[in-house]
Design a binder for this molecule. Structure first.
Ligand code: ATP
Length: 249
């Protein structure tokens, strides 16, 4: 397998505090990787660095061999890195399909926007299907449930045809049935994309994760299967000691 994302010796400092401290992290092409860790472990900061939102003090982030550190956010998006945020950002007055169409228009060259387009593009049609939104296509995004909004945000990423998707806590606040549908959605998109999911929900992890990376105090504490990390005494101590209610096992 080929490494798609290679983070080496990463250090991120906020006001003298090292939120990421000597982090090495590799994701192979085609992987579905879960990233877990107690509050403040540095998970979101890592995603922020990969997507160009936060500048590291030192270290390197290579994507398909290309250095991302120093590149602007929109350049990183164009290289094929897409992310979601903990709160979905969709245009409430537009329908689901119009939201997807808008996301599609960011991908297309300007001249094609002046051409009158009929129906939906292939990218929009396949995102509607992959994100399980076909039945909601003509509903305004404003009436969607919390879960449906998250799927729409994922759909808007898919339309832009990223090579790597970084999803920050996609099932937070979802009902049990929405979590299950999201798990299926993740497996569906992971069959054609490389996906990194930040997630706290252990039940969800047990059901849908393959390989898991545990972050703690800005570096990798453990990496392995769900069973491996769940049984690890250090991982248990970090979770049991620092994140009661989010315990492993
Ligand atoms: N912009 C910032 N300025 C100052 N400190 C920050 C900033 N962003 C993050 N931090 C700090 O860096 C550390 C890592 O935060 P981060 O949000 O990456 O953790 P996390 O693992 O995503 O946690 P959570 O599970 O709570 O979302 C925390 O101590 C946080 O307070």
């Amino acid at each position: 397998m080929t490494a798609l994302l290679e983070v080496r010796g990463l250090r991120v400092v906020f006001d003298g505090f090292a939120a990421i401290d000597g982090l090495d992290f590799t994701v192979e092409e085609g992987e579905l990787r879960f990233l877990i860790g107690p509050n403040g472990a540095g998970k979101t900061t890592l995603i922020d660095v990969v997507t160009g939102l936060t500048k590291p003090a030192s270290g390197s982030v290579r994507f398909g061999g290309e250095e991302l550190v120093g590149k602007r956010e929109h350049h990183i998006v164009r290289l094929g890195v897409g992310r979601t945020f903990q709160t979905a950002t969709v245009f409430e007055d537009l329908t689901v399909v119009e939201n997807l169409d808008l996301a599609d228009s960011f991908r297309l060259p300007l001249r094609s926007l002046f051409r009158r387009r009929r129906g939906v593009s292939d990218a929009v049609a396949s995102a509607l299907e992959a994100a399980d939104l076909t039945a909601l296509a003509d509903k305004p995004a404003g009436v969607l449930s919390h879960g449906q909004r998250q799927w729409l945000e994922i759909g808007m990423l898919l339309v832009q045809q990223p090579k790597l998707l970084l999803l920050d806590e996609p099932v937070a606040g979802m009902s049990r049935s929405e979590r299950e549908r999201t798990g299926e959605l993740l497996h569906r998109i992971a069959s054609t994309h490389t996906v990194v999911v930040v997630e706290h929900d252990m039940e969800f992890l047990r059901k849908y994760a393959r390989k898991v990376t545990v972050l703690h105090q800005g570096h990798v504490l453990r990496e392995g299967s769900v069973a491996d990390v769940q049984e690890d005494p250090e991982v248990r101590a970090v979770y049991l000691g620092r994140a009661k209610g989010k315990a492993v096992g």
